[in-house]
Design a protein around this ligand. Sequence first.
Ligand SMILES: [Zn+2]
Length: 313
Amino acid sequence: MSLLPPWFEDACNEVNAALAAERLAHGLLIHEDPGAGGLEFARWVAQRVNCTVPARAPCGECQECRWIAADQHPDVTRLSPEGDSTQILIQSVRDLAADLALTSHGRGYKVAIVAPAEAMNHFAANALLKTLEEPPKRTLVLLVTSQPSRLLPTLRSRCSRLRLAGPSREKAAAYLAAARGAGPWLEALAATGAGPFVLLDADPAALAHLRADTISTLRDIGSGNLQPPAVAEHWAKNELSIRLSCLESWVTESILESASIRDVTHLSGEALAPKICRLFEFSDAIRDMRKLAHTSINKTMAVEAMLWRWARP
Ligand SMILES: [Zn+2]
């Protein structure tokens, strides 16, 4: 994908300024909002330092740029959890360190992209620390994470931090429409609650449909037209995580809406308080359900319990 997201601009400018002043750090911690495109930005940095057209680097067209975009550049290594593992292991980091110590194939930088960086286990992170303490010349280590607090403090302190804030939902939808073509992107983004890069391969119509179905079902439960046991099993077995995201974003929007009604109409808190309280209580119920979703608890019962907290008493 060659479309540079407009919300990358500040971070790109920071890298350009550091390069111009010849003070680009060997380690960069790219702190992204979930789905903001941290990995894509890391590829941009790798292209920026390896592009063979300096006047407009990264040009996106030279061989170096194209290889990096396709994850095929011999001097750009990407570390991610492999196979079924959720961790990046020490051997991968050792192989990487040995590779970084070799001279680059071209005239550019050797670049390591670790994404997500918090997937490194303790041993792997310590091994990487050594590389960052004694970096070979013309090497760059890019750590991509949306949870920097989960990295070793010593690792964080060795890196220069770049913030990649996610776009508004409208900008994210415009970006996805340009990249993927027209579709109900706003609804799809609301369904997952994540940034646009999570949705690059998604089917927006299916997500929008799931969101509409989830919210209308919840409304029916709230008005007493439907009982929680009638839907709990179906929800527990079908896209539960996305349904919970749909509920979370709907509750947040409903709370904001209620608050703005109060501001505009100057309705006393008394008229709206029960509604807002109910929304906050249901928000707690969703959060409890999220915690349980990763355990071995009977999910159908847990979903039913959550929905009873919204049902009319
Ligand atoms: Zn180029």
